[in-house]
Design a protein around this ligand. Structure first.
Ligand code: NAD
Length: 494
């Protein structure tokens, strides 16, 4: 069985004291063995990144940008191949895998504009004969730690900007679907990136902790579940690093009485069950306002009956399996417990039948969900949509604002005034107005509020340039020698 390697200083390293299986979730069969990094292997990767830093820092911006222009072409040409890798280890359908590659490409395109992004500022004659300018310099070696659910897009969220800004990187992808990261590292190399600028180590907590504790790693970008995000934030910050740690979500979609209910039902089904609900921006709660509940639930249930669930390589499939058997059992346990928590299970995904040993579950719809229930409070991260009914818009917003998570949210309405008020007062980092999954385009930044993000920098886009650079302010004066004199006063402007 093929052993998935690490990539360190351009070399594929397979030596490993420990290994673990990587499955095809659609069949339940192991398809690869993964090398799990020891402390020494991670230290080797950090050393390779540190060694590559001086030359990469000195590489002209134009040459750096060239890598990203080349990479863009390669990623476009090789999308079918990369999508097939994603589907084989993650399970999402091929069109969805191609979609995440397209969204990741936005970050590559953003990074190719680095000449503009890294421009500093200059102020002339701030004092007589004195000018000031600022420059942005790389922070050094940075680590990127990523989740299973977007094995292409999330690594690109981080590494594109980090590398463009002149840093070198150690990427630690999810151990569930690591092959996409190896493929991306190969494409970067083909695009002209020097060895050692991007290193990939596969592994678990041992690898992550080594990155968090290393004095040579200056910044940590993390995306994953909230408990781990909090842990990463605390440990890395205690070690003096800058950290952005994005966590879990429970994204609410408010449907107002004046909304187009067919459009809202289409959006709810697409956003709840796409990628089997394993998206941090998936809609997991629909808030039905002012009596639209019965009609909306019926429309959602009608659409669910038409969904085709199956192997992601089958073009007829609209939804694939969950990532692991444990994930399937966990997701189904929420559906099993829902009625005891006072809710009504309208569609029970556990009843769906599938052939073989894949990690499939059907789509579930749970109505009359109580806000103190586990189904409502916890992130399920599977194809389970909860419906909460409220009388007024104000009650709906209050639910969102009181929830632990604040990643994305949406409102469906035809009333611009209500939409504007929602945008003004809702406590979430990304808001959709008649858009169920408002993932910002690559020229903006992505990030939630509350327990959906620890740290203060959102990811990719303009905030990533800030995160991956240190600014330096230079004050300049060219006095004539005869004007020189001793002056013990504090320098002041004149
Ligand atoms: P996870 O937290 O289990 O794993 C994320 C990364 O952390 C992996 O690389 C993993 O190896 C590592 N890790 C896991 N346990 C660790 C530990 N104890 N110590 C150190 N490192 C550890 O998340 P996941 O299951 O891979 O991904 C799903 C989660 O990610 C969901 O909660 C989802 O909402 C979240 N997510 C959030 C966003 C966002 O932008 N906010 C985007 C995608 C996914």
């Amino acid at each position: 069985m093929a052993l998935i390697p690490h990539v360190i200083g351009g070399e594929k390293i397979t030596a490993a004291e420990r290994t673990q299986p990587v499955y095809n979730p659609a069949t339940g069969e192991q398809q690869h063995e993964l090398a799990i990094a020891s402390v020494a292997t991670v230290e080797e990767a950090i050393a390779a990144a540190k060694a590559a830093l001086p030359a990469w820092r000195k590489t002209s911006l134009t040459k750096r940008a060239d890598v990203f222009f080349n990479l863009r072409q390669l990623l476009k040409q090789r999308t079918p191949e990369l999508a097939a890798i994603v589907t084989s280890e993650h399970g999402k359908v091929l069109s969805d895998a191609a979609g995440e590659i397209a969204r990741g490409l936005e970050n590559v395109e953003f990074a190719s504009g680095l000449l503009h992004l890294l421009k500093g500022e200059r102020d002339e004659q701030v004092s007589t004969g004195v000018d000031v300018h600022s420059i942005k310099q790389p922070v050094g070696v940075v680590a990127a730690i990523t989740p299973f659910n977007f094995p292409v897009m999330v690594p690109l969220w981080m590494i594109a900007s980090a590398i463009a800004c002149g840093n070198t990187v150690v990427l630690k992808p999810s151990e569930r679907d690591p092959s996409a990261s190896i493929f991306i590292a190969d494409l970067f190399r083909e695009a002209g990136l020097p060895d050692g600028v991007l290193n990939v180590v596969n592994g678990d907590k041992v690898a992550v902790d080594t990155l968090l504790d290393s004095r040579d790693v200056k910044a940590i970008s993390f995306v994953g579940s909230t408990p781990i995000a909090k842990y990463i934030y605390e440990r890395a910050a205690a070690n003096g690093k800058r950290v952005q740690a994005l966590g879990g979500a429970k994204n609410h979609m408010i449907v107002m009485p004046d909304a187009d209910l067919n459009g809202a039902a289409d959006a709810a089904v697409s956003a709840a069950y796409g990628s089997a609900g394993e998206r941090c921006m998936a809609v997991s709660v629909v808030v039905a306002v002012g009596g639209v509940g019965d009609e909306l639930v019926q429309k959602i249930a009608d659409r669910m009956a038409d969904l085709t669930i199956g192997d992601g390589t089958d073009p007829a499939s609209e939804m694939g399996p969950l990532i692991t058997r444990e994930a399937k059992e966990r997701v189904e346990s929420y559906v099993a417990g829902a009625e005891a928590e006072g809710a009504t299970v309208v569609v029970d995904g556990r009843e769906a039948q599938f052939e073989g040993d894949g990690f499939f579950t059907g789509v579930s719809l749970i109505d009359h969900v109580k806000t103190d229930s586990k189904v409502y409070r916890e992130e399920i991260f599977g194809p389970v949509l909860a419906v909460v009914r409220v009388d007024t818009y104000e009650e709906g917003v209050q639910l969102i604002n009181e929830h632990q998570f604040g990643n994305g949210t949406a409102i469906f309405t035809r009333d611009g005034g209500v939409a504007r008020q929602f945008e003004f007062e809702v406590e979430a980092g990304m808001v959709g107005i008649n858009v169920p999954i408002p993932v910002p385009v690559g020229s903006f930044s992505f990030g939630g509020w509350k327990d959906s993000l620890f740290g203060d920098a959102h990811i990719y886009g303009p905030e990533s340039v800030h995160f991956y650079t240190r600014s330096k302010v230079v004050t300049t004066r060219w006095p004539k020698p005869e004007q020189s004199k001793v002056d013990l006063g504090f320098p002041s402007n004149s």
